[in-house]
Ligand binder design. Structure first.
Ligand SMILES: [Zn+2]
Length: 106
């Protein structure tokens, strides 16, 4: 079992399993993937936004934790943009649900 550095996607690593007897090979990523990005990348961007750190904070965090392969600034901001869109949608849906509950009591 070993990591394939060329296939690293942001903070998600690609790990390859290989059977030494029959040569069977299986690659997998260390994080689930969604249409927006790998979960680990979304979570890091969310944490950095929530703590008001931004891209510079992500670079500092990864440096301190000795995590290589920090996403590019463009990738960070693209994930951030998609995340904000989802957060607004969740907030809006939550407010609509709250209003419906409030007026349902009348
Ligand atoms: Zn085998």
């Amino acid at each position: 079992m070993y990591e394939i550095p060329k296939k690293k996607m942001g903070w998600a690593s690609c790990v390859q399993l290989q059977c030494s007897t029959c040569g069977w090979i299986h690659d997998f990523y260390t994080s689930a993937n969604s249409p927006a990005a790998y979960d680990v990348s979304i979570r890091l961007v969310y944490a950095m936004k929530y703590t008001e750190q931004g891209y510079a904070g992500a670079r500092k965090f990864c440096g301190l934790m000795n995590i290589p392969g920090v996403a590019t600034k463009n990738n960070f901001h693209e994930i951030s943009r998609r995340l904000i869109t989802k957060v607004f949608k969740v907030a809006e849906d939550s407010m609509i649900t709250a209003c419906k509950e409030l007026y349902a009591d009348d």
